[in-house]
Design a protein around this ligand. Structure first.
Ligand code: BGC
Length: 741
């Protein structure tokens, strides 16, 4: 390995060498092959049923709940065989059914450092969605599955697909944006990637956990058609792609009932209509009843047994919960275990993950995720040979890149780069990963003077920036579970920082490390803006590669950037006033807010659909992203018989590049939609001058409306308008599509 590569890996190597590998519990031996259910020629359903025939009532009950808070709650007992993740459900040794060890793993494995292990931090899920790239999504899930397996876990809890209905939601970065087709497709491939490693996958939080404010008490109201065409459609698409073993039900209420005991969400939609074959596990302490939850479709309580332990046994014995329903819960769990391979091929040895492979994979995804939002006068890419001096400012760019907080937090190798103490990260303290943009910028331009200013004092940063040819200002928005933002403004006076630097240096470039969208009052005064999201363990290098043009940016926005919160459907997040009151009364952070409603009156008009329907101009539209080359669209043809579109895309610039070409549809007026919707896209790589004919199928579901009377999706007859182009607000090609009865 060349020295330069080894240097790049130093923090990772440090961690791997210095962390003592602590096996949590003796690995279980695989099931004896002579059990009838070990016959692999049988279906997973048949195999599950054969096991159930042998199970006692106690064994069944044991499989439908967790064994307590374990490592998550100081002082809670930790079961001897737990792999020390977020959840643990003991298996049935007698029948060769392994324990289920669950790890939070939205963007990499959580709590790894607590176990003296290493886990790769991938870009945020929102960043992944900005790639619009199915291979990247599969790779993302594959990294997670591979590392979970190496660490002895057999179930991932991640796969967040709640829609970015509210960009101030503190978990926006854990989700895949605002469009149900894009989000569902990306997360479906992510979960498929996890399961390709013979680890059970999960999709969450079902459903409408679209804000963190009052998440355990809020009651979401939305009409049925809108529900099915927005958040529930994202779940439908993801589940259809991945066939995940698990779906985690959410904390919030939906139309009066908690999501984890909601007959409509769980039985009617998820299990009957979407034909979900896996099991529904509760969010942590999201269970509220025994009989109601069991009857209404929940299959596994986590992390404890308060409702699905002894109380469920009693309810089954008394007949309040039919024994067949308990069998159904167990069947769903065992089916997922057979279908994903965790019984046939359990993780046997815990070993150190391959951090180098993870780093390469994370970088590849990050480089496709970064979105170039502005590039006035072609300032970017910077010329490594010609640039004389660069001022690098802000956001600890001298030591690392930011990551997101809460239960999706991954531990940084060697500890937090801004506070290096090895060990597990704090819940709500920003953690920086040791991939310093400053270092990689210096490496790119060895002949240039490249210095750093922390940016904590705008006036000092401006004075510093003045004498440099170019100023690159890094700004951040740290987001964490259980906490929403009140505004879209950058926190910590960073708007003032950018404004001051931009006034001092006419060549100012802003790099956003944000969990969601932000407003940009200084936009007109800076030359270039990059959205780098939370870019993951290789983020610093990925950013430098984009700044200097080694990588041509190809990401596009999976979420609309609003000019200000006044343009959002709800200028204030529901329940924020209650939250402020609780804070004023100095109630402890976890105290639930009094019950309240969040009335999602915008319905299915999430993100760009809202902006179009309301005639509001966004700061940057959904689907937008620039490149260092240029693309031309021509020759749209709609093939009604095949239900597909064809058009030509040409790279008219001088650099190779990838374009995400987007196809939208406007329904006939009977659909009542005053906006267009995304119905297809492709990511196409083209050499300079090259052109390709692109053909994309139009899936009938994505052209359908949900008809409440029929209780089904249906395609309206009439004339549809098909629109094709580089973003939701630029669709140069249009053509009609006739749909007949
Ligand atoms: C989160 C889940 C997470 C669980 C276990 C909850 O607070 O909402 O997403 O999987 O904790 O850590």
């Amino acid at each position: 390995m060349p020295i330069s590569k080894i240097v790049r890996y130093v923090p990772v190597i440090f961690t791997v060498l210095f962390l003592v590998f602590v096996p949590a519990a003796a690995p279980q031996t695989p099931a004896p092959q002579n059990f009838p259910w070990m016959n692999r020629s049988l279906s997973s359903d048949e195999r599950a049923d054969l096991v159930i025939q042998q199970m006692t009532l106690d064994e069944k009950i044991q499989l439908v709940h967790g064994a307590g808070w374990g490592v998550l709650r100081p002082g809670a007992p930790v079961p001897a065989r737990s792999n020390l993740g977020a959840g643990y459900t003991p298996g049935v040794d007698r029948l060769g059914i392994p324990d289920i060890n669950l790890a939070d793993s939205a963007v990499g494995i959580r709590l790894a450092a607590m176990q003296s292990r290493y886990a790769t931090l991938l870009p945020s899920t929102l960043g992944l969605a900005a790639t619009w790239d199915l291979d990247s999504a599969t790779l993302f899930g594959t990294v997670i599955g591979r590392e979970l397996r190496d660490q002895g876990y057999n179930m991932s809890i991640g796969g967040g697909v709640d829609l970015a209905r509210e960009p101030r939601n503190g978990r926006t970065w854990e989700y895949a944006g605002e469009d149900p087709l894009l989000a569902g497709t990306i997360v479906g491939h992510l979960a498929k990637g996890v399961q390709s490693q013979q680890v059970m996958g999960d999709i969450k939080h079902y459903a409408f956990n679209d804000q963190e404010t009052g998440r355990t008490t809020v009651n979401v109201l939305i009409d049925k058609r809108a529900a099915r065409e927005s958040d529930l459609l994202a779940f439908q698409i993801a589940i259809g792609i991945a066939d995940p073993a698990g779906v985690m039900c959410a904390y919030n209420k939906f139309e009066g009932d908690y999501a984890c005991e909601n007959d409509y969400l769980l039985n009617e939609v998820l299990k009957k209509d979407l034909r979900f074959k896996g099991f529904v596990l509760s969010d942590w302490d999201g269970t509220h009843s025994t009989v109601k939850a069991a009857k209404n479709g929940m299959d596994m309580e986590q992390p404890g047994d308060g409702f699905f332990g002894a109380p469920l046994k009693k309810a089954v014995e008394s007949g309040e919960v039919p024994p067949a329903r308990l069998d159904d819960m167990v069947h769903r769990i065992l089916r997922g275990m057979f279908a994903t391979g965790v019984i046939d091929n359990p993780p046997l040895l815990r070993r150190v993950v391959d951090p180098f492979r993870g780093l390469e994979d994370a970088q590849q995804i990050a480089e496709k995720s970064i979105v170039l939002l502005k590039n006035a006068d072609g300032l970017l890419p910077l010329s490594a040979a010609n640039v004389k001096s660069i001022a690098v400012i802000g956001s600890h760019a001298d030591v690392g890149v930011l990551s997101g907080g809460g239960s999706a937090q991954v531990d940084a190798p060697g500890g937090n780069a801004i506070d290096p103490q090895p060990g597990v990260s704090d819940w709500d303290k920003p953690v920086y990963f040791p991939s310093a943009p400053l270092k990689f910028i210096r490496k790119k331009a060895p002949g240039a003077k490249v210095e750093f200013n922390p940016g904590t004092d705008p006036a000092a940063a401006a004075a510093f920036a003045k004498s440099y040819e170019v100023a690159v200002v890094f700004v951040n928005q740290y987001m964490c579970e259980d906490r929403d933002f009140e505004t879209l403004s950058l926190p910590d006076h960073q708007d003032a920082l950018v404004a001051a630097v931009a006034a001092a240096n006419p060549h100012t470039i802003v790099v956003l490390e944000t969990g969601s969208t932000v407003s940009m009052p200084w936009l007109g005064n800076v030359k270039a803006v990059l959205a780098a999201w939370y870019p993951g363990i290789a983020g610093g290098e990925a950013i430098a590669n984009i700044l200097f043009g080694d990588i041509n940016p190809s990401g596009k926005l999976p979420i609309t950037f609003a000019k200000s919160e006044a343009d959002l459907p709800h200028p204030q997040i529901a329940g924020m006033d209650l939250k402020r009151k609780a804070q004023a009364a100095k109630l402890p952070g976890w105290t639930p807010l009094p019950p309240f409603d969040a009335n999602y009156t915008e319905g299915a008009k999430v993100g760009y659909k809202w902006f179009e329907a309301e005639n509001k101009e966004p700061l940057f539209p959904f689907g937008f992203g620039l490149s260092y080359t240029a693309f031309a669209y021509s020759g749209l043809k709609v093939d009604e018989k095949q239900c597909q579109v064809t058009f030509r895309l040409q790279n008219t610039g001088s650099r190779p590049g990838a374009e995400i070409a987007e196809v939208y549809a406007q329904l006939p007026s009977a659909g009542g939609e005053s906006y267009k919707r995304l119905v297809a896209w492709d990511r196409i790589e083209l050499a300079p001058g090259e052109s390709k004919l692109v053909t994309l199928p139009l899936h009938p579901l994505y052209l359908s409306i949900f008809d409440e009377k029929k209780d089904a999706f249906t395609q309206l007859p009439g004339e549809y308008k098909i629109l094709v182009g580089p973003s939701s607000s630029e669709t140069p090609l249009t053509a009609p599509l006739q749909v007949h009865n």
